[in-house]
Design a protein around this ligand. Sequence first.
Ligand code: ATP
Ligand code: MG
Length: 393
Amino acid sequence: MSISPNPAPLGPCPIPSPRQIVEHLDRSVIGQDRAKRTLAIAVSNHYARLLDAVDRNSPTPILGDASLRHVTIEKSNVLLIGPSGSGKTHLARALAEYLSVPFTIADATTLTEAGYVGEDVETILHKLLVAAGGDVQAAKGGIVYLDEIDKLGGGRVHGVKDLRLGVQHALLKMIEGTVANVPPSGGYKLVGETCIPFDTTNVLFICGGAFVGLEEVVAGRLGRGASFGFDRSGSDHHEEVEGVLRHVLPGDLEAFGLIPELLGRLPVIASLDRLGIEDLVRILKEPTNSLIGQYRKLLAYHRASLVISDGALREVARIAHERGTGARGLRAILERVMEPVLFDPRPWACYVVTEAAVRGGDVEVIPGMPGLGLAPLRARVAGRTAGGMKPSS
Ligand SMILES: Nc1ncnc2c1ncn2[C@@H]1O[C@H](COP(=O)(O)OP(=O)(O)OP(=O)(O)O)[C@@H](O)[C@H]1O
Ligand SMILES: [Mg+2]
């Protein structure tokens, strides 16, 4: 935690603004502007809450207005929903890189009720403690991203469902604020082991889940018909589907087996959109850690270079979009195209991936020579692009 106990009254604001947080997220997460804004506001407010807890009792408070001293800023936990592969976990990871408060990502599918095989809910807090370097005080102001929350309502087998409900009730207390007992070893509570008391009142919880089929539930409630808008290839429909998730209400999520008490503790809902073809093209090339950047780097270690035509990028995006797996599908498609190149990269060669190569043709190879540098190769590739690149063996 970077907030000092006695902040200077007129010093710079120690709270990152939502705009600053979004600017950071923009570097690696394409699109999803509404979700980014909602998340950034929640995180910035979380910082304000932590600062307020210190400021209230400070002899030199930042806030000059005495009437605000006794106003409590309440916790606003967030529920992040969106189709598979739309960037929920990715967004949480990008957020983690930015934050100066302890942050951990936990997976709800691994959790079980205390006493059963699996992880107790307290393991989440243990992860936060580890993220805080063992500093309990700092961990108490941390943020937890609890992924795959929708899977907590999915048990249909008799018995499994009860177990999942038990986990939901345990989470409920933790999210609302309780003093949990965290085993210092992180695993099961051992007999005689002294647990660490952990007050979760100031921990911010962000829960994420895909809730497969949610669009149909919301559309049904809105009276637009259950079958509407699910032809993923049609861009008109795409617009409509995007609109639907924006209207989600906590009641729609109860259909997925989440108990109303739990949903009630997640008052802020941020929805991510299904990614369109243009988004997928941008994801291929724009983020700092883009897939194309990664392949270029891999080849660079073999002293080879890579050129991918715009048509090829679009074709990869189109196939991924058709498969309906979001950005997750991009890697598998590119991996198939790049496999022969990566298997035996020729030093100094330039590999040219065209739309035809993505459709199953060969990746063109332009041989190069040591010492020649990349400039002449680039000129040749540019010449071909101008005249329309053709794949050759
Ligand atoms: N909006 C995005 N911008 C940039 N990359 C993205 C985006 N969405 C997804 N990706 C890429 O796709 C991969 C899969 O996305 P992610 O794991 O975040 O999906 P998810 O929404 O959590 O899906 P699931 O519900 O199946 O867990 C990420 O690792 C990232 O590389
Ligand atoms: Mg995920």
